[in-house]
Design a protein around this ligand. Structure first.
Ligand SMILES: C[S@@+](CC[C@H](N)C(=O)[O-])C[C@H]1O[C@@H](n2cnc3c(N)ncnc32)[C@H](O)[C@@H]1O
Length: 210
C-alpha cells in the first residue's frame, strides 16, 4: 500500500474507532454489582488465589474479588479508572496491585488462578487481540480460569472497525485450550449505561484451562 493510502486508511480507522468517554461510563456504572461471569468463576474455586482484572474500569469486579479474599492485579489503560478504583472504600486493599498499561503492550505475570475481563477485550486493537488472547492463556496455571465477555458478529459496534467481534464458532475455537463452564449468548436491542441506542451481541464466558 502507498504511504498516502496508509495515511488515509489510518484516518478512516480513527474516525471509526470507538472513542469512549470512559469517565462518564465509570460514573454511570458506579455501585453496580459484580458480573455474573465473575461470581460464577469465583464460586468454582475452593480457596482464594491470585487474580488479574483486565480493563478493570472503576472496579465493580475488582472489589468483589478482593472482598472474597483474593489478591488482585487490576489493569486498565486509563489512569482515571485506577484513580476511581483506588478512591473506593475497598476490603483487603493490601491485596490490591494496579497497573496502567494498554492491552497492546501488556505483559502478564504467571501463573495466576483467574483472569477476569468484563466488557474490555472487545476494545483491544484487532491486530493485538490474538497475542493478548495467547498471553491470557499463558499466564493462567493449569486449572486456572478465564471469565469475561466477547462481542458477537451481530453487535452494532462491529461497524467500528477497531472492535473485536466473533462468530460463535470463532469463540469456540478461541476456547479450545479450555473446558467451557459457561458460554451464554445474549442478543437484543438495548442501551449502553450512557443511554446510547445499541444492538448487543455478547458472549458470557467462564472457562477452565485444560
Ligand atoms: C466497558 S469498560 C469495562 C470496565 C469494567 N471491566 C466493567 O465491567 O465495568 C472497558 C474498560 O476497558 C479499558 N480499555 C479499553 N481499551 C483498552 C486497552 N486497549 N487496553 C487496556 N484497557 C482498555 C477502558 O479504559 C475501560 O476501563
Amino acid at each position: 500500500m502507498m504511504k498516502d493510502e496508509q495515511h488515509k486508511d489510518k484516518q478512516q480507522m480513527a474516525k471509526l474507532a470507538p472513542k469512549r468517554d470512559w469517565q462518564a461510563y465509570y460514573n454511570a456504572v458506579v455501585n453496580r454489582p459484580p458480573r455474573k461471569t465473575l461470581l460464577t468463576a469465583l464460586d468454582t474455586f475452593e480457596k482464594p488465589g491470585i487474580a488479574i482484572d483486565l480493563g478493570c474500569g472503576e472496579g465493580r469486579d475488582t472489589v468483589e474479588i478482593l472482598r472474597q479474599n483474593w489478591a488482585v492485579l487490576a489493569i486498565d489503560q486509563n489512569p482515571d479508572a485506577i484513580a476511581s478504583l483506588r478512591a473506593r472504600s475497598i476490603d483487603n486493599i493490601d491485596r490490591l496491585a494496579t497497573q496502567i498499561v494498554n492491552f497492546e503492550k501488556l505483559e502478564l505475570p504467571k501463573p495466576v488462578d483467574l483472569i477476569n475481563a468484563s466488557f474490555s477485550l472487545p476494545f483491544c486493537s484487532t491486530e493485538a487481540f490474538p497475542n493478548l488472547w495467547f498471553k491470557i492463556l499463558n499466564s493462567l496455571g493449569t486449572g486456572g480460569r478465564f471469565c469475561g465477555h466477547l462481542f458477537g458478529e451481530r453487535d452494532s459496534w462491529r461497524d467500528r472497525k477497531l472492535i473485536n467481534c466473533f462468530t460463535r464458532s470463532q469463540v469456540e475455537s478461541l476456547l479450545k485450550p479450555y473446558a467451557i463452564e459457561m458460554l451464554e449468548e445474549e442478543e437484543h436491542p438495548g442501551k449502553t449505561p450512557l443511554g446510547e441506542d445499541r444492538y448487543w451481541h455478547i458472549f458470557h464466558i467462564v472457562a477452565r484451562k485444560k
